[in-house]
Design a protein around this ligand. Structure first.
Ligand SMILES: NC(=O)c1ccc[n+]([C@@H]2O[C@H](COP(=O)([O-])OP(=O)(O)OC[C@H]3O[C@@H](n4cnc5c(N)ncnc54)[C@H](OP(=O)(O)O)[C@@H]3O)[C@@H](O)[C@H]2O)c1
Length: 286
């Protein structure tokens, strides 16, 4: 598991362990017990991990996920999000390992109400362009790879203090801070335990190509805040409606990026929860 210290990576590790896989994971910044260090800027280190672990499946959950960080450091974004995944896919193909790579709704421009797997990507920022190049490099090197796109990842982070789309709202409300939330950006948030389950289900069905993995529905960031308040019994009085323009973010953001999975319709046994259903699960597992 490359990026086992990340929000999604830690849930993938747990899911893999519960299904009987012997899981090896990597981190890149602060050490995490039982994970080994790996920096995707270091090709020699990637090769070393492959020769030491000899994996049967390689999951790439590592990425430079700061959208504004990518905008200000495009070379680093390209190395981590585009070049390294291609190198990993090549090593996997040569070593006979299956690849599961993770990507993002930000490969789209946000002008369509919803996007399916076959919709045409058109990224509008460095992060999106680097992730789209990563998808293409992975599928170019390992055509039977599985690429799972997610959107606005959320869930409990048991390894890092890093907040995500739901925990930052919760943390702010619980410390009585005002939470500015966009009314002009719509997303279909991805609950990481659900994504982890879905990724392993698809892997075990020997699926390949691009899949979307997000909760059912399409909500503004403000509506996400309202649902968090409802589920966790918090007052909505600290939610403040705001706009993307008011935030003055460095990188442009897609306005509407709601991922719909047409390809998952073939698998009625794979659950497809709503955002509120997954929030309920978060509350139960806090
Ligand atoms: N976060 C979102 O809202 C979001 C939305 C859509 C799609 N995605 C995609 O979902 C996937 C998982 O993201 P996440 O939400 O789990 O993000 P995350 O919590 O920020 O995790 C990122 C992971 O990448 C690792 N990493 C960062 N730079 C690295 C480098 N130079 N070398 C090696 N590892 C490096 C981090 O390691 P350390 O923590 O040890 O530094 C961490 O394990 C990514 O493909 C991302 O593009 C994320």
């Amino acid at each position: 598991m490359i990026g086992g210290s990340g929000l999604l990576g830690q849930h993938l590790m747990r899911e893999g362990g519960s299904r009987g896989y012997r899981v090896h994971g990597t981190y890149s910044s602060e050490p995490v017990p039982d994970l080994s260090p790996l920096d995707l800027r270091d090709h020699g280190a990637i090769e070393e991990v492959f020769s030491r672990v000899r994996p049967g499946v390689v999951m790439i959950a590592a990425a430079m996920t700061s959208v504004d960080g990518c905008e200000s450091s495009p070379k680093l974004a390209e190395q981590v999000n585009a070049i390294a995944p291609g190198e990993i896919a090549e090593l996997s193909r040569v070593g006979g390992a299956r690849v599961v790579h993770f990507s993002t709704d930000y490969v789209f421009d946000g002008r369509s109400e919803t996007v399916v797997e076959e919709s045409t990507p058109n990224p509008i920022n460095v992060y999106g362009r680097s992730k789209l190049a990563g998808e293409r490099n992975v599928l170019g090197e390992a055509p039977d790879a599985l690429v799972v796109r997610t959107c606005a990842n959320f869930g409990w982070n048991r390894l890092r203090g890093k907040e995500n789309n739901v925990t930052w709202i919760l943390n702010a409300l619980r410390t009585r801070k005002t939470v500015p939330l966009f009314t002009d950006q719509r997303v279909s948030p991805s609950y990481v335990p659900h994504v982890a389950r879905l990724a392993f289900d698809l892997l075990e069905k020997e699926e390949s190509g691009v899949y979307h993995a997000a909760t059912k529905g399409c909500l503004t960031r403000y509506e996400i805040g309202e649902a968090v308040c409802d589920t966790f019994g918090l007052p909505t009085s600290l939610l403040k409606a705001s706009t993307l323009a008011e935030a003055g973010l460095l990188a442009p953001r897609p306005r509407t990026s709601c991922l719909v999975s047409k390809r998952l319709e073939r698998f009625p046994n794979i659950p497809h929860p709503t955002f509120r259903e997954t929030l309920g699960d978060m509350r139960r597992t806090e």
